[in-house]
Design a binder for this molecule. Structure first.
Ligand SMILES: Nc1ncnc2c1ncn2[C@@H]1O[C@H](COP(=O)(O)OP(=O)(O)OP(=O)(O)O)[C@@H](O)[C@H]1O
Ligand SMILES: [Mg+2]
Length: 286
């Protein structure tokens, strides 16, 4: 049968015929408590405000708390999806600025100990949901455990959050080493949080960059900094994102700039079913 398309049209690049693929960004750190969840929440809202359809996946399995941070009360969580009683679309809750949130819940086992069928549920469900959004932001747990590296390696972009504390640098280094050795990750974007000045931010980044380049042979991109800001913990106590509660605070202004920068990243050069593509690299099919 003759095609309705001319030869030229049929040869047009996929982007002209398909919707843009989902950008998957993991926010991780090595050390706990450096601000990952706040970065994810505020970046998600910032991206939504510049018109992006954003889905947040709380991948801090067992200790998920982005719902608490945003004052949301989920009825169902990933736990229900993994036990097969609910679909991923049943557990999505709406957050501020229209962001969608997939809450993790608590008491989940490590992802590596999930059964094959649970892995398949997660894979196929996430693919369906994520294909309807432009940005999938993943809030990972701390540390270098397999469930952290799993999500970091599944993403197209990994944002490593660090703070000026020396332990934050050593833990970020350890995480990048694992991602580099086990998953051949060679590109990381680094966001410096809780700094008193721009100078402190660049000095902190430089320390990590020097060690990473010398011993790991990986390339780090400086993504900017979020200042240490008393308004941020005040917003946390009120269970609100700081960009919503104190929009003029220094941290909020930095998050707005960060979101604008991320929104301008060039489109990922991957097939349409990005999430499935990424997921299949990691989950062995049974
Ligand atoms: N820029 C900032 N200025 C002031 N305080 C901050 C800033 N960023 C984070 N904090 C403080 O650090 C706390 C921990 O932040 P958050 O929960 O986002 O870290 P996390 O990396 O997600 O932690 P975990 O590893 O436990 O998941 C916040 O509750 C807040 O009090
Ligand atoms: Mg967290």
């Amino acid at each position: 049968m003759k095609s309705e398309f001319s030869e030229e049209e049929a040869a047009m690049p996929a982007m002209a015929q398909e919707s843009p693929c989902t950008r998957v960004i993991a926010v991780t750190s090595g050390k706990g408590g450096v601000g990952k969840t706040n970065v994810v929440a505020n970046l998600a809202i910032g991206l939504a405000r510049v018109g992006k359809r954003v889905l947040v996946l709380d991948a801090d399995l067992g200790l998920g708390n982005i719902d608490v941070l945003l004052g949301l009360v989920p009825r169902y969580t990933l736990e229900h999806v993994l036990c097969g009683s609910h679909r991923l679309s049943d557990i999505i809750i709406q957050g501020p600025a229209g962001i969608a949130v997939l809450p993790a819940g608590s008491g989940l086992p490590q992802l590596t100990s999930l059964t094959d069928s649970q892995q398949l549920i997660l894979q196929s469900e996430l693919e369906q949901v994520a294909d309807t959004v432009e940005v999938l932001l993943i809030d990972t747990g701390a540390g270098v455990s397999p469930n952290v590296t799993f999500f970091a390696a599944a993403a197209q972009e990994t944002i490593v959050v660090i703070s000026p504390e020396p332990t934050s640098l050593t833990d970020a280094y350890a995480l990048m080493k694992v991602l580099c050795r086990q998953h051949r990750e060679r590109r990381f974007k680094v966001l410096v949080n809780m700094v008193k000045s721009q100078r402190e931010a660049t000095q902190t980044f430089r320390k990590l960059d020097v060690a990473a380049e010398r011993f790991l042979n990986v390339s780090l991109e400086y993504l900017g900094f979020i200042p240490l800001d008393d308004y941020l913990p005040m917003a946390v106590i009120e269970q609100k994102a700081v960009v919503e509660r104190f929009p003029c605070s220094p941290a909020s202004r930095a998050f707005v700039q960060l979101a604008k920068k991320v929104a301008e990243w060039p489109d990922p050069q991957l097939p349409k079913s990005t999430v499935q593509f990424l997921w299949q690299q990691l989950i062995p099919m049974s």
